[in-house]
Write a protein that binds this ligand. Structure first.
Ligand code: FAQ
Length: 321
């Protein structure tokens, strides 16, 4: 009996929330939201933030080996941008009432996921080009749609991030275009990187729709506005002509334009490999997590100093002084 009014209130709040979503309204941090909407957003946004931060590692590996000062400056700047993206998204996640330290702990203890793509090694300089072209390219396809997500802080973070990702993609494609018209060895290096990164980049956009347990709910709540397969198809359609333009071949014999669908058909994705990487068994999973743990440990004194400084300045004696 006692529970009746509470349930009714919850139902009414839920109905109002669903109506706001259906009307295309943006949900803001202080608005009422179903607990499941909140936890889904925390899951997706924190994984995204972790991906940006872990995503600094493959490219960070080449900063000291960039072929010129100009390339080095651009790469440092790009890697710094990724750190910034991680910070915006952690901040956005905190608006949902979760503490950043808790999220970082989930990453460092191996309980949280981050994008599969960052568990592959960067073997040559051409990988810097292909990461910008494919990985940032796929991220743009995904995130321009997320810029219309129903949760305001996430959508707004995506607008800023996409502007920076566009620059990242252009710098990567320019590296590849330069190598592709260089010596035969340089062209072979570019082709090698394309061959290694193509399939993992397609996997990065998530499992196929038939195997994506979160998509239906996130689409209904307008967090996701396109499915994983729709985004993958768009990425492929955009990238094939770009590969043709620089004279490189994408490593898929089944890739062919289909005049009926007006899209490129493509070959089978190795989902076993994808799930192995997601489960922690990719080529660099252990190395990546160890690098993050070391960075966290090495930064401990900075956090402690900042906390001590803040405590000192918030004490009544100090405030009075
Ligand atoms: N890797 O039901 P779904 C970047 C998990 S940022 C690992 O389809 P959902 C910038 C998924 O979490 C790259 N795990 O899930 C940059 C779920 O597990 P859970 C990151 C994956 O959420 C560039 C399970 O599989 N971008 O690149 C992956 O509907 C260059 C079932 O999957 C974002 O995070 C994966 N690839 O769709 C930085 C964008 N895919 O949690 C440096 C925001 C799926 O139930 C250098 N996120 N899983 O245990 C999204 O758009 C979505 O969350 C998806 C997954 C599409 C990633």
């Amino acid at each position: 009996m006692d529970q009746q009014p509470q349930n009714t209130t919850e139902e009414a709040l839920n109905a109002k929330f669903e109506a706001r979503i259906a009307a295309g309204e943006t949900i803001e941090p202080k608005d009422w939201m179903p607990e499941r909407y909140r936890t889904q957003l925390i899951r997706m946004m924190s994984q995204h933030a972790h991906s940006e931060v872990v995503g600094m590692l493959p490219e960070g590996n080449w900063i000291t080996r960039a072929p010129s000062l100009k390339r080095e400056m651009v790469l440092i700047s790009k890697v710094q941008d990724e750190a910034g993206h991680g910070l915006y998204i952690y901040c956005g996640t905190e608006t949902l009432g979760v503490d950043r330290a808790e999220l970082v702990d989930q990453l460092l203890s191996g309980r949280a996921k981050y994008s599969s793509i960052f568990n592959y090694p960067t073997l040559t300089w051409a990988d810097m080009g292909v990461i910008g072209w494919f990985v940032d390219g796929a991220a743009i396809v995904n995130q321009t749609v997320l810029a219309k997500a129903s949760y305001g802080p996430y959508a707004r973070a995506m607008i800023r991030i996409c502007k920076e990702e566009n620059f990242h993609k252009k710098q990567g494609y320019e590296i590849i275009a330069t190598l592709a018209k260089g010596t035969p060895e340089q062209k072979a290096m570019a082709q090698g990187a394309v061959n290694r990164w193509w399939w993992p980049s397609l996997m990065m956009l998530g499992p196929s729709d038939t195997n994506s347990p979160n998509t239906a709910e996130l689409m209904r709540w307008r967090v996701k506005r396109k499915t994983n397969d729709e985004l993958r198809q768009r990425f492929i359609d955009l990238t094939v002509p770009q590969a043709d333009a620089v004279g490189l071949t994408l490593p898929d014999p089944d890739l062919k334009f289909n005049p009926e669908t007006q899209h490129y058909d493509f070959g089978a994705i190795n989902w076993d490999e994808f799930w192995q990487v997601v489960k922690g068994n990719g080529p660099c999973n252990r190395e990546r997590l160890q690098a993050r743990r070391d960075a966290h440990e090495n930064g401990r004194w900075v956090r402690e100093a900042a906390e001590a400084y803040a405590a000192k300045h918030s004490s009544p004696a100090q405030s009075a002084a």
